[in-house]
Design a binder for this molecule. Structure first.
Ligand SMILES: *Cc1c(COP(=O)(O)O)cnc(C)c1O
Length: 399
């Protein structure tokens, strides 16, 4: 028998279909109907599939609030990083220069992509999680007139921070430069309305907040930028202009499309719309986060970020300081209970992450907290309080 601690064991329901919930930022837990939509083969050349592609483009574009018909949507095969690379290689001229705003792995990956492309790039690196602010962006642009483009990460999934995209966009626009946004883990749940936030192009993928399965991403860009992208790409298959022109002319993808993934994505888009679009989806994720964070804090866990910066996408928690806590064991105990969590990505202190996105609601999140409580109990951990070093790290945000 386990000793009684304040983390009293509670019975748990079995997860849906016996699969664990993926509390991860994509691939994530999808609806049964989304999986079911893949049980049929489509001819990529056939009119039915071409209509599906057109529908997908139209529905995605509608999520940006583009009522003036200034933007277009270009789906692209591959994972999200392929699409970021396609966007950078197509919209940044060969003699352009990019300012990358980094505060985690995805910002650094954008900078690395620029290096691969052999195009000029400079970096504001805020470390693991501090937000890049509008005034520092303005100062960097002022200091270096050669910078033509800025790339910002909307939600930096490494820490879960929701970066201040509106103030960044304002600073970039005021200095007459162009903004590219990696909204991979935010688009569909956090508004990125073209009437409110000035950007030239953004990128996201099928397996994040729209809740499809992995296999493609999409670039939404100003048509004027798409026109200007002709002949710029370093890559045949990642050429956004070529894909766009071909799709507009033929209705087809240039090379083999992930047909089943597209069919699943359309079902996911219908559910997204039925839930109330970006607002409805964002509200459910926000409730997921609020219930989960409140429950975890009750257990003594502390979040890396203060409430102002917490995204409704994924939350970083410090590992408990208790000597009996080991992340690998905690991970396995959570998995036994039907929940796959995610290791942390901070360099200074140990952490883990819990995602709020995918087919789950606040009831599931309550069970996540119960599973965490019981897992600690099984490990003999009677408090989830983090080490002092973690709290000292966090104090940097307030400073
Ligand atoms: C998921 C994600 C990506 C793309 O990652 P892939 O593994 O290539 O799909 C890029 N940027 C951010 C912010 C992400 O969350």
């Amino acid at each position: 028998m386990l000793a009684e601690t304040k983390f009293a064991p509670k019975p748990l329901e079995a997860p849906a279909l016996g699969e664990p919930y993926l509390l991860t930022p994509g691939p994530l837990t999808t609806a049964y109907s989304v999986k079911q939509a893949m049980l049929r083969d489509w001819g990529s050349w056939d009119g039915d599939f071409r209509a599906m592609t057109a529908d997908l483009r139209r529905r995605l574009l509608a999520l940006t609030g583009d009522t003036r018909d200034e933007f277009d949507c270009v789906p692209m095969q591959g994972s999200g990083s392929f699409c970021v690379e396609a966007m950078l290689g197509s919209f940044v001229p060969k003699d352009g220069k990019v300012l990358v705003l980094a505060n985690g792995a995805y910002g650094l990956r954008a900078a690395q992509t620029m290096q691969y492309l052999g195009r000029a790039c400079t970096l504001i690196d805020k470390g693991d999680y501090l937000p890049p602010r509008g005034d520092e962006v303005a100062a960097a642009l002022e200091a270096d007139p050669a910078i033509t483009h800025v790339i910002a990460i909307h939600c930096e999934t490494s820490s879960g921070i929701l970066n201040p995209i509106a103030e960044i966009a304002e600073a970039v626009h005021a200095k007459g430069r162009k903004l590219l946004v990696d909204s991979m883990s935010a688009f569909g749940a956090v508004a990125l309305d073209v009437n409110e936030i000035r950007y030239e192009a953004m990128v996201s993928s099928a397996n994040k907040c729209i809740e499809g399965v992995p296999g493609f991403g999409f670039i939404i860009a100003r048509k004027s930028e798409l026109e200007a992208a002709r002949g710029r790409s370093h890559s045949l298959s990642l050429d956004v202009h070529a894909q766009w022109a071909h799709m507009n002319k033929t209705g087809q993808w240039r090379y083999t499309p992930p047909t089943h993934v597209v069919a699943a994505f359309l079902e996911a888009l219908r559910q997204h719309e039925a839930e109330g679009g970006v607002t409805g989806r964002g509200a459910r994720y926000t409730r997921n986060r609020d219930v989960m964070v409140a429950g975890m804090r009750d257990l003594g866990f502390e979040t890396l970020l203060g409430d102002r910066w917490l995204s409704p996408i994924i939350v970083t928690f410090f590992n408990p300081a208790h000597a009996s806590f080991a992340f690998d064991r905690f991970y396995e105990l959570m998995k036994d209970k039907g929940f796959i969590i995610y290791p942390g990505k901070l360099t200074a202190v140990d952490s883990f992450r819990i995602g709020c996105i995918g087919q789950m609601d606040e009831h599931v999140m309550r069970r996540v907290v119960e599973a965490a409580a019981f897992s600690l109990h099984e490990m003999g951990v009677d408090t989830a309080a983090p080490p002092a070093a973690a709290l000292a790290e966090r104090a940097k945000l307030a400073a």
